[in-house]
Design a binder for this molecule. Sequence first.
Ligand code: GLU
Length: 531
Amino acid sequence: MDLVERQNDVVRVRFAPSPTGHLHVGGARTALYNYLYARKNSGVFVLRIEDTDAARSTRESYEGILRGLRWLGLEWDEGPDIDGPYGPYVQSARSVLYHSEADRLLREGKAYRCFCAAAELDAMRAAQEARGEAPKYDGRCRSLGETEIEERLAAGVPSVVRFAMPRDGETRFRDVVRGDFSFGNAELDDFVLIKSDGRPTYNYAVVVDDAHMRISHVIRGDDHISNTPRQVRLYDALGYRLPKFAHLPMILGADKTRLSKRHGATSVDAYRDLHYLSEAMVNYLALLGWSFDGKRELFSFKALIEAFSLKRVSSNPAVFDIAKMEWINAEHFKMLPPAEKLELVAEALEEEGLLPPAFEVDLSRPVDLKLVAGKEPLRIDAIDAAKKGFARELPRLALIIEALGNRLKLLRDVRELMGYFYTDDFARDETAVRNHLASKEAASRLEALARAYEDLQYFDRPSVEETLRALADRLGLQSGELIHPCRVALTGKTVSPDIFWVIVLLGKAKTVERLRAAAANAPIPPAAKEG
Ligand code: GLU
């Protein structure tokens, strides 16, 4: 296998997570940039699991990372579950390769066995620190003779394989994002390639794998810049062709320190659970370190693939701004086709325990879904079969969504904005109740309205509006004097979509019941007097 000649310079990129925790915003951004670069350049996106740290790697984390990537829509072409020409794609299954390449380095004198015990290394470090030197392995095992090595191996003395770093000269590399780097080799140590338990270290395995998997571009977080010179030396020693490097800028929290748990949710799962749209999250992640023209910020997934380039990745740290992500989410939500919106809202209501509804509502006329969906015909039967349990509810839900219009921006607000359509146990704004319901007048007006609605034959929007206005006239009131208490009685709030739609969509029985309940509870003892 000649790894110096790479075939036709096909773009092959990889995301290489260690399965030691959640898929974080930073990791997801790295995965996304790799994915976009691959798709833009008709390349291949590889997922490789770096589980050399056996103690910290877990199955749970592995599954979580795959789930997160899939949720974001970042499907890989080769990976642990999709075999390809250069697999397996899990490092723990590749140890034969790491050992054969290490043997080659040992034979060629580019690596050596080190038998130093932990106590000896500690003493070395202490002595160096006492002399004011930066601690590093001093290379004492480099000069061991062949017989000495054989004897120790035969005696079963534990050993590691270390890289024989050139003692002088410089290591240079060019980074697509950050420009040229140069490190003095004297500053780099004889780092370990194979640990005493036979496992490879990160710096070693990553180079062997990137070369053998024909990776053309290594796109990763800039916390790996300091590892890169060691890796470059290894490429050289192993006779591999160097990939291009692109190190992505760090992601900071609002206080300009590195993004961490202190700043709130950092895992992709958390944002999924908060009902963010995956496409909005992808859009926002793309902006963390990349810009199209410094102006345009809204992108569909498809548009991102078209627009993305490594040239426009910034070397300055990016700041994670949750308000901006919310705005992007709201914009994506607005643009969703009605059927998709309906499905997502139904899903969110289901997760909130609001679907199936606590009570059934029979709308007085069958709902014409074509009317609801505007230009696009809405096919309820296209919606996930799992939702069939409440399929009967979907036409009403479509109308509720329509009535809410742009008020509904974030799926996580479904309970707040539409809970009262689905349960009697909805939040009531205490001030609104006090101001609008806590009086004898309010009680008698609500009772009169309940009676008028009870007698109404067609409970459609024109009829409910006409009835309320006629009653207001009869009582010598402004319509608002009936509308305000009615709104609070039905929704618990002073703001809602068009009240007549709310009435129609709650249905006659529920509307009358809530108006009566509010009338029965009034007058509520007034709150402590102000002033
Ligand atoms: N497993 C490494 C990490 O999760 C990958 C680094 C790399 O892309 O080289 O940080």
